[in-house]
Design a protein around this ligand. Structure first.
Ligand code: ADQ
Length: 468
């Protein structure tokens, strides 16, 4: 059997796992059988950058990481990946900042990653690359003569040509993507947008299953929505809802119901609009004052970027405004913490919450929506309010779907959720739970890897670098 090599920008090292148990680490846990290799950035900066590869082993998995220099960190990670590609792929052209030198830095780091990974590879390894930081990696590996199967999964949305082609050098990134053997997207609409970009710029047309030929080689664009370990998360929620943190939260609420939001502190997550909606809710439905407390947990992220600093200031202002306006001496409508919370604690909090408000302006998938559903008590489930513009909305149609830009619609959905009969809550939840329990993280991995496993190795040829 082929060895699996996972490549992602950040590698969740075993000693950081508990603190950083984000979507990727949890979703890929099932694919990572002993013997696998995980390669990527260490999260550290040093003068030697990627010249030294740090290797450690844990539970049969090898973790190989490289550092970035300060200059590479700035151009590759901060400026191009998060300052250009992230806003572009979330349809925020107004926030896109492009500098050719950052783009060159991005390509340079991908080239260095390929050079550091190359000596670790075996001929029949299957290489699975993750996310927008590493789009050119296959091009760089092929240039070194790597013939292995290489797949790519994009965790963000993909955008139509009218948006994507606003990025200078967009054609090069499309060529890079078409250089993989398999390219995975969360939803049909992201795949469609990608194939439209290919048709428009590279004159490539795909069949209805996303197969096309590129440079004489077959390539397949697949739809493979990411999932979670639903039964494991349900068990975790059941356990931790009885734990000390959940008990303290419950006691602090008094007789008030709990509504919850959990996100990275990112402008794509729609937090400002959501907070405005909380204000609208207490304005339009005063009967809920004192009877609902909104808890927003927002883990700070990418703080080195101006857009994120501005967002934080804006959110501080809105929270102050709402709490100043509606608080009573013994009740605060909106509790807001800008810290990550441990995964097991979160599970228990989800189970206590009568509403989850998951309203990103755009989101590749959104795993919080799935975690909330998995965490509910089947006898007395809460209600999920979900943005139409999260990838999760394509599957989770029994949630209360809202336009995240419409504060009044979100407020009305909160009211509807709190007024919903037990019978309707159970019906909606059961259908949602069945879907979340079927489209698991394990299924996500096995679908992707079975597609990748069916592709052929590239024919032998001299390396381009050796020729030039
Ligand atoms: P993210 O943008 O990070 O991921 P999301 O899928 O919602 O978005 O969350 C990832 C994980 O982080 C979840 O397991 C969640 O519980 C956890 N998390 C979020 N906020 C937290 C907090 N404040 N404290 C503790 N844990 C928190 C990207 C894409 C998404 C896509 C995922 C996976 O942007 O659209 O769903 O990858 O593909």
């Amino acid at each position: 059997m082929s060895r699996l090599v996972i490549v992602s920008n950040r590698v969740p090292l075993p000693n950081e796992r508990a603190a950083r148990a984000g979507g990727l680490a949890v979703a890929l846990a099932d694919a990572l059988i002993p013997g696998s290799l995980w390669f990527g950035w260490s999260g550290r900066r040093s003068a030697r950058g990627s010249a030294v590869t740090h290797v450690q082993r844990s539970e049969g998995i090898t973790y190989a990481t490289v550092d970035l220099t300060d200059a590479d960190y700035q151009s590759f990670y901060v400026n191009f990946s998060n300052g250009a590609l992230w806003p572009l792929l979330h349809s925020r052209l107004g926030l896109l900042e492009f500098q050719s030198s950052d783009y060159e830095g991005y390509r340079h780091v991908n080239q260095q990653f390929a050079a550091a990974l190359f000596p670790l590879l075996r001929p029949d390894d299957m290489i699975w690359v993750h996310d927008y930081h590493l789009i050119p990696l296959a091009t760089e590996l092929r240039a070194l003569g790597v013939r292995n199967r290489i797949g790519f999964f994009l965790h963000t949305p993909f955008v139509p040509p009218s948006t994507f082609l606003a990025l200078p050098r967009a054609n090069e990134l499309l060529t890079d993507l078409a250089t993989y053997d398999v390219i995975g997207f969360h939803t049909r609409s992201y795949r469609r947008a990608f194939l439209e970009c290919l048709a428009e710029t590279l004159d490539v047309s795909a069949d209805k299953d996303g197969r096309f030929m590129f440079n004489g080689r077959p390539v397949c664009a697949i739809v493979d929505p990411i999932g979670i370990d639903a039964t494991g998360f349900a068990q975790l929620a059941d356990d931790t809802a009885r734990g000390p943190e959940a008990r303290m939260l419950r006691e602090s609420l008094g007789r008030s119901n709990l509504a919850i939001g959990v996100d990275r502190l990112d402008y794509s997550k729609g937090l400002a609009n959501r907070f405005e909606a909380v204000g609208r809710f207490f304005h339009s439905y005063p009967q809920h004052r004192r009877h609902l407390t909104f808890l927003q947990i927002a883990a700070r992220s990418r703080e080195e970027q101006g857009a994120y600093q501005r967002l934080r200031r804006e959110l501080d202002r809105i929270v102050g405004d709402i709490n100043g306006r509606y608080s009573e001496f013994d009740w605060t409508p909106l509790r807001y913490m800008t810290r990550a919370v441990k995964r097991d604690t979160l599970a228990g909090f989800f189970r206590l919450a009568r509403l989850a408000v998951v309203t990103p302006l755009r989101d590749g998938m959104n795993l919080v929506a799935k975690e909330y559903v998995a965490a509910q008590d089947p006898q007395d489930p809460g209600v999920l309010i979900l943005s139409r513009f999260a990838g999760a909305a394509e599957e989770m149609t029994e949630a209360l779907l809202v336009n995240p830009y419409d504060s009044d619609e979100i407020a009305a959905a909160m009211h509807a959720g709190l007024s919903m009969s037990l019978g309707e809550r159970q019906l909606r939840w059961q259908t949602l739970f069945d879907k979340v329990a079927e489209n698991t993280a394990e299924r996500f991995c096995s679908v992707f890897l079975s597609h990748l496993g069916r592709t052929d190795l590239r024919p032998e040829r001299p390396t381009l670098r050796a020729i030039s």
